[in-house]
Design a protein around this ligand. Structure first.
Ligand code: CMC
Length: 431
């Protein structure tokens, strides 16, 4: 915990209280209000937690105004350009870039945990064929608690380590199998001779009837999607994982809770929502109508894939993802795809419109990742599962950090109660 360097003074009705202020290594100062209720008898009010630091952390730093995203201090564009997903996983989990030997051991450990317990096949088969893959992910990841009893004891550091490795290693297999089940194809088992990203593409697109060779450009683009989504500080799903874990729940249950939260269209579901919106728009000539709707205060419609709670100038992940989108579209020669043409024109028109520029609503990472995944041949329903598998390392790293934090206690927000005060029950015949 940081040392307090100065105080803020809160005055209410002539009485005042000193509140310690902590200075972080980067970002705004933080006022410690933990004793506020016991000392002053008041709560703070912050729906959506826009001004609340829920923990201290050394993992990820975001400066939304500057468009900066750092993992353990390293900028995301350097990691996306020079590193690869498993090295970033190591960095997030352990705090430093690995030596060559450490990386080799880590990669080998993850690779050797990619298979699922064979009985889990039966679990997959219990879902309706048309189940959304996110529904399958929530269920199967939660069910890992029932298959891997030897890594659910959170008080044992060894079990915590094994659970972390299992989650990172098995998530691609779970996501790929959710996809295979939804399209009625046989499950493809993991291949240890392929990279993490290539193995995932292979499990998704290979069939027993013929050989499937993963294109290295697509494997690289897939790896970048994983890397760019690996962690994002205390976002909704990560906070959900931390809150679930604060009660002492096992890691598989906590990550399943994170997946459920990620599913929503304002969070991880945005890339699916974005592609569905592009399909609804249909052709570039329809764009002005949709832009007008997005600007209309009386219409709840928003341009999906635009705007961000934290990045108010640009999303640094979107900059890298845009390059990847260009590479993939060049490789696959899909410039004439009407959805992708609509996406390019929408980007152009929105960025030229003062409504969007003045409100600092720029395309976010999901706008471009949706385009790449569409071009690769993934159905929109797989976009959020791919986000979930990428974010697993972030959830796990934050979960581990929280369990090692001596200040860790059960999360229990308060409320501004505006309901009725006590009143007497009225019998039904008198209502
Ligand atoms: N289209 C049209 N108007 C918008 C949009 C949009 N996509 N986003 C925000 N606005 C307007 C909003 O109506 C408001 O206008 P006013 O000030 O006149 O009332 C203003 O911009 C500020 O909006 P806000 O809702 O207060 O901003 P927020 O920071 O709470 O919301 C957001 C951020 C991401 C939920 C929102 O921008 C949004 O719904 N975007 C579309 C969904 C999306 O792409 N989400 C993915 C986020 S990136 C993935 C991740 O990291 O999880």
């Amino acid at each position: 915990m940081a040392e307090s360097t100065k105080n803020a003074t809160l005055s209410i009705d002539g009485k005042s209280w000193d509140l310690p202020i902590y200075s972080p290594t980067a970002g705004p100062d933080v006022i410690d209000i933990r004793k506020l209720y016991s000392d002053a008898g008041v709560f703070t009010y912050d729906p959506g937690f826009t001004s609340t630091a829920s923990c201290d952390s050394t993992i990820t730093f975001i400066d939304g105004a500057k468009g900066e995203l750092l993992h353990r201090g390293y900028p995301i564009d350097q990691l996306a350009g020079k590193s690869h997903y498993l090295e970033v996983c190591y960095l997030l989990l352990y705090g430093e870039l690995p030596s060559a030997e450490q990386l080799e051991i880590f990669e080998s450990t993850i690779t050797r945990h990619t298979m699922l317990h064979e009985q889990m096949v039966n679990f997959f088969r219990g879902f309706r064929r048309d189940a959304h893959p996110m529904a399958v992910m929530v269920g199967v990841v939660g069910a890992m608690s029932a298959f891997y009893h030897d890594s659910t004891d959170i008080s044992d550091p060894y079990q915590r380590e094994v659970a972390s490795h299992r989650l990172i290693a098995k998530m691609p297999t779970i996501a790929a199998w959710a996809y295979k089940y939804s399209v009625g194809q046989p499950f493809v088992y993991p291949r240890n001779d392929l990279s993490y990203a290539a193995n995932f593409l292979h499990m998704c697109f290979a069939v027993p009837a013929e050989e499937y060779v993963v294109d290295p450009i697509l494997a690289r683009a897939m790896d970048r999607i994983f890397t760019l989504h690996a962690d994002h500080e205390q976002n909704a799903s990560t906070s959900t994982v931390r809150l679930a874990s604060s009660s002492g729940a096992n890691p598989f249950a906590c990550v399943a809770a994170g997946i459920a939260c990620l599913w929503g269209p304002a969070h991880g579901g945005a890339n699916q929502a974005c592609l569905e919106m592009l399909k609804e728009i249909g052709t570039p000539d329809q764009i002005p109508e949709y832009i007008a709707r997005a600007k209309d205060k009386n219409d709840p419609f928003r341009l999906m894939g635009f705007g961000h709670r934290v990045y108010k100038n640009f999303d640094p992940r979107a900059t890298v993802m845009k390059q990847s989108a260009d590479e993939v579209l060049d490789l696959l020669g899909v410039e004439n795809n009407p959805i992708l043409a609509t996406a390019k024109e929408l980007e152009k028109q929105a960025l030229a419109d003062p409504y969007f520029t003045e409100k600092k609503l720029f395309p976010n990472v999901d706008f471009y990742s949706g385009i790449i995944l569409e071009a690769m041949g993934f159905p929109t329903s797989m976009f959020t599962p791919i986000f979930a598998l990428s974010r697993t390392v972030g959830w796990v790293s934050q979960w581990k950090e929280m369990l090692n934090d001596p200040q860790n206690k059960i999360g229990r927000p308060r409320q501004l109660y505006l309901g009725n005060t006590q009143r007497d029950y009225v019998d039904i015949e008198n209502r």
